[in-house]
Design a binder for this molecule. Structure first.
Ligand code: PXG
Length: 298
C-alpha cells in the first residue's frame, strides 16, 4: 500500500506522523471517508467541500487547493491500483508543542489512505438491522458541533461501545433535548405516511454526503421529504427506517429498542431509494483511470 503524506508516497511501514502532531495529541484535525465505485471516486468534490467547511470551523488552513486535493486523491487510487474501495482523507493540525495552542503548529499535514473496504454483510440489507438508542448523548452543536467531521470521535466511540455492549451494529444518539441526532457513523432516515424524514443538522447530525444524495434521489422520484426534529416516538411509529453513510450506503432498520419498525421487513420506499442511489454510484464522480473509462458502466 502507498500512503500519500504531504505530497509524497510512503510504504505502509513508513507512513508515519510525529508524536507531536496535534491530530494525535488533541484530535485536532478533520477527515473524510470517501468511496470509489466502478473506477470513479463518488462525490469527491462534495467530500472535499465538506472537508474545507470542517477546517474552516476549526480555523485550520488546508495547505492545498481543492483542485490539488482532487488530483492527490485520484493519484493515490492510481498508485494503489484501486477502482473500488475507500479513501480516508485527513488534515491534521500538524506538528506542534505539548501545549494545545494551535498557533504552535506551523504547518497542517494532509494524509490520503486508499484501501479496500469492509462492507456490512448482505444479510443486513436483506433482513434489516436491529439497533438501540444509547445513553451517551450527541455532542451539543454549541460545543464540538457534530457537523464538523473532526478527528475527535470519542462521542461516537462511546456510543459504539454501548452498541457493542447491547450486541448491535449501530446505535441512535439523541441530543440533549431528547431528539434523534444520528447514529455513530450514519445518518438516520424514517418514512412516515409516504414522507421521508431525517433530522436537521441543528439536532446534532452531520451533513452526510449519502444523506444529501438520498434526499436528491427522493426529489427525483417525487417522494416528499423534510428535516424536522424527530423523537424516539416518531422512530417507533415509522413505516420504514434506514441509515445512510459512505460505508453502509443505505441499510434498512427493522427494530429499535425492541419496537418492530413497520412490518419488520425492509420497505418499498427504502428499496426504490437504494436502487436510485446505486444508479448514481455508477455514473457520478471523478474518474480514476481515464484509459478504462470506456468500460465504465453508464
Ligand atoms: N454521521 C457520522 C457521525 C459519520 O461519521 C455519517 C453520518 C455519514 O456521512 P456520509 O458523508 O459518509 O454519508 C458519518 C460518516 C466507518 C466510517 O469506518 C464511517 C463514517 C465515517 C468514518 C468512518 O464506518 N461515516
Amino acid at each position: 500500500m502507498k500512503v500519500w503524506i504531504d505530497g509524497e508516497f510512503f510504504g505502509e511501514a513508513d507512513a508515519k506522523v510525529s508524536v507531536f502532531d496535534h491530530g494525535l495529541l488533541y484530535g485536532d484535525g478533520v477527515f473524510e471517508g470517501i468511496r470509489m465505485y466502478h473506477n470513479r471516486i463518488f462525490k469527491l468534490r462534495e467530500h472535499i467541500e465538506r472537508l474545507y467547511w470542517s477546517a474552516k470551523a476549526l480555523l485550520l488552513e488546508i495547505p492545498m487547493s481543492p483542485e490539488e486535493l482532487v488530483r492527490a486523491c485520484v493519484a493515490t487510487c492510481q498508485a494503489n491500483g484501486l477502482r473500488d474501495g475507500y479513501i480516508r482523507l485527513l488534515v491534521t493540525r500538524g506538528k506542534g508543542t505539548l501545549g494545545l495552542d494551535p498557533r504552535r503548529c506551523p504547518r497542517p499535514s494532509v494524509i490520503i489512505i486508499a484501501s479496500t473496504i469492509q462492507l456490512y454483510p448482505e444479510k443486513y440489507y436483506e433482513e434489516g438491522l436491529t439497533i438501540v438508542t444509547v445513553p451517551t448523548t450527541r455532542n451539543s452543536v454549541n460545543s464540538v458541533n457534530p457537523a464538523i467531521k473532526s478527528l475527535n470521535y470519542l462521542n461516537n466511540i462511546l456510543a459504539r461501545i454501548e452498541a457493542n455492549n447491547a450486541g448491535v451494529e449501530e446505535a441512535i444518539l439523541l441530543n440533549s433535548d431528547g431528539f434523534v441526532a444520528e447514529c455513530t457513523g450514519d445518518n438516520v432516515f424514517i418514512v412516515h405516511k409516504g414522507r421521508l424524514l431525517t433530522p436537521p443538522q441543528s439536532a446534532g447530525a452531520l451533513y452526510g454526503i449519502t444523506r444529501g444524495t438520498v434526499l436528491d434521489c427522493a426529489r427525483d422520484l417525487g417522494i416528499p421529504s423534510a428535516e424536522p426534529n424527530l423523537s424516539r416516538y416518531d422512530v417507533y411509529i415509522a413505516d420504514e427506517m434506514f441509515l445512510t453513510g459512505t460505508a453502509a450506503e443505505m441499510v434498512p432498520v427493522v427494530k429499535v429498542d425492541g419496537r418492530v419498525i413497520g412490518n419488520g421487513r425492509p420497505g418499498p420506499v427504502t428499496a426504490s431509494l437504494l436502487a436510485a442511489f446505486r444508479d448514481r454510484t455508477r455514473t457520478d464522480g471523478e474518474i480514476i483511470f481515464p484509459a478504462d473509462s470506456g468500460a465504465v458502466l453508464t
